[in-house]
Design a protein around this ligand. Structure first.
Ligand code: 5AD
Length: 348
């Protein structure tokens, strides 16, 4: 079965049958070989550099009610916060002093963080830190808002499609949200010129291998510059409290398959992966990931940005822990890179 992995490496695609085989196989050697080939491709393109991004969680207010997410509107247990303009700039300054050259501004869809507010924040970060990349992860906005943020200086946008199958999408989200609106947002982001990231949660309730196949095909067609893949982890105060967490093994397979399909993609070893028992971020790197996003939010608020239970945010998950992180990566032969690390095919 190694031949199908060699084919995937050579052609960057594979038949449905062979993909389903890779997703369902229980042959440990095959899966090891899959990770090994993905790792080889990453090393060829990015050498042993792992790009770091400083993650700033702007707000845990959200007007959405996604069934899986701990900061959904109906979760009354959350103590809500939103950072001020000055606080965000303070986080960027702290990150800059630690060496970060990409800031990722992530948040719930908070109606009080309006388009002009975000625009002026992006503009100030752009002026203060001209050589840094600004990545936004603020959910679904209008074309016009995305365009304004881009013109103000944002370079990248992360918006996971979560699941491509529309019935499965509807089973994870309230009826106010739709799979087609999500897809439209992604198309707009690409059209405007963002380096665009998408991706999925692995093992979300009701997900089947056929759904994953559709997700892989979508990623193959859409060709995102960034791909975020992490396991679903239940949150105790959501409708999915009693569900099982997604599998680390399946998450790692998908990372490797995406790497072989889109060799130049920027693929993080996600926080959700780091939050489950297992090799955590290092397992992600060994499966072909090449980005880590340590937490740069104000330490006292980090626990409030709880998308799922036991989310890792301290120690080597925090921006302040990069010396530890570098030491961990060193044990498997990798180094952290503080370069801005744009997508290799990105022209600006
Ligand atoms: N488990 C894992 N990932 C989650 N996200 C939201 N809730 C959870 C959860 N319970 C992910 C979604 C979202 C990203 C910011 O966090 O995929 O796009």
């Amino acid at each position: 079965m190694r031949t199908i992995i060699d084919l995937l490496k050579r052609d960057h695609t594979l038949s449905d049958r062979d993909l389903i085989y890779l997703l369902s196989s229980s042959d440990a050697d095959t899966i090891q070989y899959l990770h090994q080939k993905a790792r080889e491709v990453t090393l060829e393109i990015f050498q042993n550099k792992i790009y770091l991004r400083g993650l700033i969680e702007l707000t845990n207010y959200c007007h959405n009610n996604c069934f899986y997410c701990g900061i959904r509107k109906d979760n009354k247990e959350v103590s809500r916060y939103r950072l001020s303009h000055e606080e965000v700039l303070g986080c960027c300054q702290e990150g800059y002093d630690l060496g970060f050259r990409t800031f990722v501004l992530q948040g719930g869809e908070d109606p009080r963080q309006t388009t002009p507010w975000i625009e002026s924040l992006v503009r100030d970060i752009r002026t203060t830190f001209p050589e840094c990349a600004i990545t936004l992860s603020l959910g679904e906005k209008s074309y016009d808002s995305y365009l304004k943020f881009y013109k103000a200086g944002a370079n990248r946008y992360l918006l996971r499609h979560e699941t491509f199958d529309s019935a499965h999408y509807s089973s994870l989200h309230p009826s106010t949200m739709s799979h087609s609106r999500r897809q439209q947002c992604l198309i707009s982001l690409k059209e405007i010129g963002y380096q665009t990231g998408t991706g999925i949660m692995v093992g979300s309730p009701g997900q089947t291998v056929e759904h994953l196949l559709q997700d892989i095909r979508f990623i193959e067609r859409f060709k995102p510059e960034m791909i975020g893949i992490g396991p679903f982890i239940p949150h105790h105060a959501t409708p999915f409290a009693g569900e099982r967490a997604g599998s680390v093994d399946m998450t790692l397979r998908l990372l490797s398959i995406c790497r072989l399909m889109l060799p130049h993609a920027l693929i993080p070893a996600t926080t959700a992966l780091a939050s489950l028992p297992g090799e955590g971020r290092l397992g992600g790197i060994l499966a072909g990931a090449n980005v880590i996003m340590p937490n740069l939010s104000p330490a006292s608020l980090r626990k409030e940005y709880s998308l799922y239970d036991n989310k890792a945010a301290f120690g080597s998950e925090s921006a302040q822990g990069i010396i530890d992180l570098a030491a961990q990566l060193h044990t498997i032969g990798y180094e952290i890179s503080m370069e801005r690390g744009d997508h290799p095919e990105y022209q600006n």
